[in-house]
Design a protein around this ligand. Structure first.
Ligand SMILES: *Cc1c(COP(=O)(O)O)cnc(C)c1O
Length: 485
């Protein structure tokens, strides 16, 4: 009926103006397809209007917690706000519609962006060169370890072990094992730093590398780093730095300056791309000069005004991504870096550090803080005190959901019992931090007066407390049409 009306309007032309016909194909699509390809019975698809579809997805997005909806202090994950400008840039058709097999001459803009991004990252971290291929931090770890192996083998001196502090992220020992090395655990000392004596005991001619996170997963800067690097260099071993916590160092310190040989970046963390739920990621790897020959191919090289792909590198570990990595995330990181510039990046880290120390100071009246010195961008508290009253770190995390806050990381790092790991990031205002502090104070008082309320939380989320054991052993993935709305 509307179609007819618009058609009549368009042809009437009495005013001297005419309306276009409705923007739908006049011939039905079916008449364009040979009859033998058409289905005999209509598909049982739901008929929905556009507003219904939009409302469905908005409702779904609100069932979930995300950084556009509320505070997300998930330690180690750097859940900062992701500027929408980054999205606009990544969606430019010249970037988003490029085919990975497109001729290099037609992808010069993309190659220029990647080339410049490797330069920015190298400068930020003080590394000699960077590859963008790895598709996650863990993938970067594997890439780095493969280069370390190639380096030692090329020296005619293959080695067996990689040393890892006991505070490390689980991906570190996993990557070491997958790459064929033995993972050897190094103790932390009473200040939460690498125990130098234990390091010396385990360091020998079989040590390929030390894999160190700095600041470490307790949020503490490894201030013995120069001494540690010297010990390793004296044994001919390399130093891998897990750079997932780079949000604390931008413009303040360059890991290359303390002699790091390999470092991975988590673009999706430090350089702002929405992440979580397992992807997508981007884990570029920076290397020191002596590892440049082992970088994955192809390497983007500038020849005159042109960007070309160099894959004639005999010592390269080869390709570690089917194409070039997660390009959309590179565009976001590039945009973020260009927008902030050198001084803006430094402010990011300064504010991330300030926010973490503010929360730590305010929450130390409620929680035990096992390593009490100043921290970088995150800190680890312990719910040991609350556990004596029958409330675990997990219960506190669940109760925070009722305040519109994502739960912090709990039970990591493993060396802190009842660990609660809090990383506010620089993008939260003081008001938002104060609201979080008020929520934690209220929960602390509930634990004393009405612990059951905390034990049974959450009370306001679409799904209440799950039976975690049953969820694993008896998972129910059934699709339910009526479950939303
Ligand atoms: C996130 C993280 C990793 C792993 O990075 P992914 O991109 O999740 O694979 C490694 N180490 C630390 C310290 C991290 O926080």
């Amino acid at each position: 009926m509307y179609e007819k009306l618009s058609f009549e309007l368009s042809v009437s032309g009495r005013t001297g103006y005419s309306l276009p016909p409705m923007d739908v194909p006049e011939k039905s699509l079916a008449s364009l397809i040979p009859a033998r390809f058409l289905r005999k019975n209509a598909a049982r698809l739901p008929e929905l209007s556009e507003p219904e579809v939009v409302r469905h997805f908005i409702a779904l997005s609100l069932l979930n917690h995300h950084v556009d909806k509320g505070f997300y202090p998930l330690g180690s994950c750097t859940m900062k706000y992701n500027p929408k400008l980054n999205e606009n840039m990544a969606r430019l058709p010249g970037f988003s519609q490029l085919h990975p097999l497109q001729d290099v001459s037609l992808a010069q803009g993309a190659l220029q962006l990647m080339y410049e991004l490797t330069g920015y990252l190298a400068e930020i971290a003080g590394m000699a060169q960077v590859t963008l291929q790895p598709a996650a931090g863990a993938h970067g770890e594997l890439t780095g370890l493969m280069m370390i192996r190639a380096y030692h083998e090329n020296q005619g001196n293959p080695r067996k072990n990689v040393l890892i502090p006991d505070s490390a992220h689980g991906t570190n020992p996993a990557s070491v094992t997958i790459s064929g090395y033995n993972a050897i655990q190094i103790k932390s000392n009473a200040s939460g730093l690498v125990d130098l004596e234990d390091l010396k005991r385990n360091l020998n001619g079989d040590t390929a590398a030390l894999m160190l996170t700095n600041p470490n997963t307790l949020g503490i800067f490894e201030n013995q780093i120069c001494q540690i690097v010297k010990l390793l260099q004296d044994e001919g071993a390399l130093i891998y730095m897990d750079g997932a916590n780079l949000n604390a160092l931008l413009g303040i310190v360059k890991p290359g300056d303390f002699g790091i040989d390999v470092l991975h970046f988590n673009l999706h963390k430090t350089f702002s791309t929405p992440h979580g739920g397992g992807g997508p990621g981007s884990g570029p790897v920076g290397v020191s000069k002596k590892l440049i020959p082992f970088l994955p191919v192809p390497v983007i090289v500038k020849q005159g005004e042109d960007y070309v792909l160099d894959d004639k590198r005999p010592l390269s570990i080869g390709k570690i991504s089917s194409f070039f990595g997660n390009f959309g995330i590179m565009v976001r990181a590039y945009t973020y870096i260009r927008r902030l510039g050198a001084s803006g990046l430094r402010k990011v880290s300064e504010n991330a550090i300030l926010n973490a120390n503010y929360l730590k100071a305010k929450l130390s009246s409620v929680f035990d803080i096992p390593y009490s010195g100043p921290v970088m961008h995150e800190f680890v508290a312990s719910a040991n005190r609350q556990k004596k009253l029958g409330i675990k770190a997990l219960d506190i995390g669940k109760r925070l959901l009722d305040f519109g806050v994502h739960a912090p990381t709990v039970y990591f790092p493993l060396i802190v019992s009842e660990a609660i790991m809090i990383e506010p990031t620089e993008t939260e205002s003081k008001t938002s931090l104060d609201n979080f502090i008020a929520a934690v104070y209220q929960i602390a008082s509930e634990i004393e007066k009405e612990p059951q309320k905390v034990k049974e939380a959450p009370h306001t989320t679409p799904v209440l407390r799950l039976d975690e054991v049953r969820a694993v052993k008896d998972a129910n993935f059934r699709y339910q049409f009526e479950s939303v709305g």
